[in-house]
Design a protein around this ligand. Structure first.
Ligand code: GAR
Length: 199
């Protein structure tokens, strides 16, 4: 039997993506969400982790950036892939070097549009509306040591109506994230074809 792939999910906030990924893999024997790691003490993702029965751990920005404590934990738990699901810190080099091509991120826009430092969550949707975009979407990419710049492995699109508010855009983006992020992780890990967007 091939070894079970162990995922660590890194998150900073609400954790809907962390939950969706965890639920998607919950009845699989070949992939397990081993731990959810978060960097904001009051992040709701910790509540979701508890409800899901998945261990979660808080680490401060300093823990991530100025020590090996997170890396040591990932190694000790035999983690194979690190999944960023609404994680707002830059991933430090020690983790990137230990997991080459094995750190994935989701961004709520069609990169390279609306990426970079400060472009996260609702800020992205506000910028999309302010820029009168007619479409937006999600990008799932391999992470490097810059914000939102690694190799893109998947994009899905949705229309933006001229009357859409940032909240409307956010709702459509969350639907795409729910539909595709877990499947794309699955395809990436096992080198299967990426899902094709049904529009
Ligand atoms: C998601 O929309 C994700 O794409 C975005 O943050 C949200 C987190 O939601 N990520 C970024 O903006 C990264 N630059 P969640 O905590 O409910 O999963």
């Amino acid at each position: 039997m091939p070894k079970t792939k162990r995922l660590a999910i890194l998150a900073s906030g609400n954790g809907t993506n962390a939950q969706q990924i965890s639920e998607y893999f919950s009845n699989r024997s070949d992939v397990v969400v081993d731990i959810i790691i978060y960097n904001k003490r009051d992040a709701y993702v910790a509540v979701r982790a508890q409800k899901l029965g998945i261990e979660s751990r808080y680490f401060s920005r300093r823990d991530f950036m100025e020590s090996d404590v997170v890396l040591d934990l990932l190694k000790a738990r035999g983690i194979d892939y690190v999944i960023l699901a609404g994680f707002l810190l830059l991933v430090p080099d020690n983790i990137l070097e230990a997991f080459p091509q094995r750190v994935l991120n989701i961004h709520p826009a069609l990169l390279p549009k609306f990426g970079g430092k400060g472009m996260y969550g609702h800020h992205v949707h506000e910028a999309v509306v302010a820029n009168h975009e007619t479409e937006t979407g999600i990008t799932i990419h391999v992470v490097d040591n810059r914000y939102d710049c690694g190799t893109t492995i998947f994009q899905a699109r949705c229309k933006v109506a001229s009357t859409d508010t940032p909240d409307d855009v956010a709702a459509n983006i969350h639907l795409l994230e729910k539909e595709y992020f877990p499947k794309v992780i699955d395809a990436y890990i096992f080198d299967k074809p990426m899902p094709i967007q049904q529009s």
